[in-house]
Design a binder for this molecule. Structure first.
Ligand code: FAD
Length: 340
């Protein structure tokens, strides 16, 4: 259930197993209409602490996948900029461990940043760490690519097909507006929609968290890496457009609609980081709701406690694009292990 980036990765992964008959049900008329359509697509893993194992495994999985299918996006690496001395020291301390695991990380002093990346404002900068193996993927194009390949391998994709109810059992019965479908396994990758299905009680809660972004023209950055600092990401695309968004953005009123003040603040912070952006017109602005698990860490990868053939693969919060391959691998392994 669900053709966001997570459902698409799962459909693609499961379609590699010969003999499985796979249907993908999507409520909307096309894929990537939920959080995926709003995502910046950053794959940040190497300097992370929380959930680092999953993130690194997923980044590694992306490296394998890109040898098989084209992965669109910015592959120039991510330059992490640090303005807080404590944060800088904490991240410097991680470097030897990650390097020992084979990850490449380069340290830059503010003077070196000034020379190598003159577009970055180095005022109050403690230093920067460049992670060349991190990257950005274009979330909607990647979702579509995964689905195209899955479809070529026989996966049947049903758009405008919301699953409105589920009757657990053997087989599991899915209720759709005009018909029913039986299945041996059900994988719920419906993002925020996961907790809204009649007949199922999700063993967790999800809360929507607002995220906003803008697109501007800035061809000068077309070949630059991604700049990331103060929770702001500046994401150049080859086409000459640049996406700007925040990775953390709690609205004080917890509102779920776009917030112009937050967006203005985001833009202000981005132009402080990269003054070249100042004065550019927003070509496009958008927002999305991230599926955040309440009271537990993201993502939710769980076998349903009442029906062992229902798998929950949702609640990816800020890292659904990054964690999609890891999630897909988990789903395949659960099913294959159960069938042995
Ligand atoms: C502004 C912003 C920036 C982000 N940046 C990043 C980033 O840089 N890197 C990163 O890794 N993540 C990022 N994220 C988070 C990322 O977008 C999400 O974690 C990810 O998209 C979740 O994917 P999903 O497939 O689980 O959910 P969704 O994309 O929401 O897809 C769920 C799908 O299920 C369908 N569905 C729901 N209910 C039903 C039903 N009953 N029957 C059938 N279909 C149903 C929906 O229509 C939808 O298509 C960002 C999010 C936002 C908002």
């Amino acid at each position: 259930m669900g053709a966001g980036v997570v459902g698409a990765a799962i459909a693609w992964e499961l379609s590699t197993v010969p003999g499985w008959q796979i249907h993908l049900f999507e409520a909307q008329a096309s894929p990537a209409q939920g959080a995926t359509g709003a995502a910046l697509g950053l794959l940040m893993a190497v300097l992370s602490e929380r959930g680092a194992q999953k993130r690194l495994a997923s980044l590694q999985r992306y490296q394998q996948i890109q040898t098989k299918i084209p992965i669109p996006g910015n592959s120039q690496g991510i330059l992490h900029l640090y303005h807080d001395p404590q944060d800088w020291q904490k991240n410097l301390a991680k470097i030897p461990r990650r390097q020992a695991q084979g990850w490449i990380l380069e340290i830059f002093t503010p003077e070196q940043v000034k020379i190598r990346f003159p577009e970055v404002n180095c005022n109050n900068l403690c230093g920067a760490i460049f992670a060349p193996q991190e990257r950005q993927v274009h979330p909607t194009t990647l979702t579509q690519n995964w689905l195209n390949i899955a479809q070529q391998r026989g996966v049947q994709i049903h758009y405008n097909s919301p699953v409105i109810g589920v009757i657990p059992g053997a087989p599991i019965r899915l209720k759709l507006p005009n018909w029913e479908q039986e299945c041996d396994w059900l994988i719920i990758s419906a993002g925020l929609g996961a907790t809204q299905i009649a007949g199922l009680t999700a063993p967790f809660e999800l809360a929507p968290v607002l995220g906003q972004a803008v697109e501007i023209d800035c061809p000068e950055l077309a070949h630059s890496p991604i700049f990331y600092g103060n929770d702001i990401a500046i994401v150049p695309q080859k086409s000459g457009v640049v996406w700007v968004g925040a990775t953390v953005e709690f609205s004080p009123s917890e509102q779920l609609l776009p917030d112009p003040k937050l967006l203005e603040q985001l833009w202000q912070n981005a132009t402080d980081l990269c003054p070249l952006l100042r004065g550019r017109t927003w070509q496009r602005q958008w927002y999305g709701l991230r599926p955040r698990p309440v009271g537990q860490t993201a993502p939710i990868l769980q076998i349903d406690p009442r029906c062992q053939r229902i798998l929950w693969a949702t609640g990816h919060y800020r890292n659904g694009v990054l964690l999609a391959p890891f999630t897909a691998d988990w789903v395949r392994q659960v099913i294959q292990t159960a069938r042995v």
